[in-house]
Design a protein around this ligand. Structure first.
Ligand SMILES: NC(=O)c1ccc[n+]([C@@H]2O[C@H](COP(=O)([O-])OP(=O)(O)OC[C@H]3O[C@@H](n4cnc5c(N)ncnc54)[C@H](O)[C@@H]3O)[C@@H](O)[C@H]2O)c1
Length: 331
């Protein structure tokens, strides 16, 4: 059952579908925001469902069909495993519910396009959880970076929580999305070279490396791993007059360093360093606030569905390039 039109200042009723790690973060943050109420969780695991019901004082359902039969909700966060994003998001949009779906929007581009079309037809917000768009450090990069000739992104983790997709759709897609945000529209990808290796017993890649060439000649190199001894989330961006180094993992800060080379020959060899510690506490809260503001019609989207599709398209192109590289056994 979808929510009929109500006064624009009425509290929004949200459901969280999938009360695992991310779903619980979503619910916990909604619970701290004004003018929104966690109405229900949908979770197949009984123990997790009961725990979430108690924590948020809300209804709990084992299936989406039960939620839609019993509750009127305005919006939902979708935090089920990635392979279920498409089916769950589609059912919610068809029922007239605004959706914030965790990244990636779907596992293939045709499904993502179908969801984008459906949300437009229904006049509903469909936002994809590209959380890095809400990092102050990423917003700073968007202001400062002009025309890079080289980007290197490393996103390494010792653990593998997500099991139904490989590391490209799990982790690398964050950096792909950040890099597209810096490259500007109309600067297409002309070359993709990629390799990946499954190491945890499943056929999906756990380590992946990709090199992308953009139309303007910029090279972007991505390394993502979920079998790394140490965690790392860094990015290096080189331009003619400066190099920017970002460490996203100094929680609750990101460290952004600008190494600027003075233009004059008299100062050749000198480098001026500007170091910024950017407060990046709880970008998820900003992402959810943005979603709710979009539903209320009080803000324009930070990142469009076209941006989401562009990131997913490149991720799937990287996966295709990986499969063509027959020297490594990724299927
Ligand atoms: N934005 C980010 O930084 C970020 C970080 C981690 C994960 N994610 C994304 O969030 C999603 C969830 O990841 P997670 O780490 O929370 O996984 P998780 O395994 O901790 O949680 C998924 C939950 O969904 C439940 N579930 C499975 N099928 C269901 C169904 N049909 N209906 C209702 N519940 C169902 C599972 O029982 C589980 O509790 C993934 O798509 C992942 O890519 C995003």
């Amino acid at each position: 059952m979808s929510a009929p039109d109500r006064p624009s200042d009425a509290p929004l009723r949200v459901a969280v579908v999938g009360a695992g790690v991310m779903g619980r973060y979503h619910a916990t943050n909604y619970a701290t925001l004004p003018k929104v109420r966690v109405a229900a969780v949908v979770e197949v695991d009984e123990a997790r469902r009961h725990e979430a019901q108690q924590a948020y004082g809300c209804a709990g359902y084992a299936t989406l069909a039960e939620l839609l039969a019993h509750e009127e909700v305005d919006a939902a966060s979708v935090a089920v495993p990635t392979s279920l994003h498409y089916a769950v998001t589609r059912a919610l949009l068809e029922a007239g519910v605004h959706v914030l779906v965790e990244k990636p929007v779907a596992t293939d581009v045709a499904q993502a396009r179908a969801l984008a079309r459906l949300s437009a037809e229904q006049g509903l917000v469909l936002q994809v959880g590209h959380i890095t768009r809400f990092y102050s450090a990423v917003q700073m990069l968007a202001r400062e970076v002009r025309r890079p000739y080289l980007i290197e992104a490393r996103r390494l983790s010792p653990s593998q929580r997500v099991k139904d997709v490989g590391v490209v759709l799990d982790l690398m897609i964050h950096d792909i999305d950040i890099v597209f945000g810096l490259m500007g529209n109309g600067n297409g990808v002309v070359e993709v070279v990629a390799s990946g290796l499954p190491l945890n017993g499943s056929p999906l890649e756990d380590v992946a490396v990709a090199q992308i060439k953009f139309e303007d000649g910029c090279l972007a190199r991505f390394l993502a791993s979920r079998v790394s001894p140490d965690p790392e989330r860094t990015m290096l961006i080189a331009e003619r007059d400066k190099t920017v180094r970002v460490d996203f993992a100094k929680e609750p800060y990101s460290e952004v360093q600008f190494f600027r080379t003075p233009g004059s020959a008299a100062h050749a060899g000198h480098v001026k360093l500007d170091r910024h510690l950017v407060h990046d506490e709880n970008p998820l809260r900003k992402e959810l606030e943005h979603f709710l503001a979009r539903i209320r019609g009080t803000t324009d989207p930070i990142g469009t569905l076209d941006d989401d599709l562009r990131s997913l398209e490149l991720a799937t192109r990287i996966l295709a390039a990986m499969r063509e590289d027959e020297s490594v056994p990724v299927h």
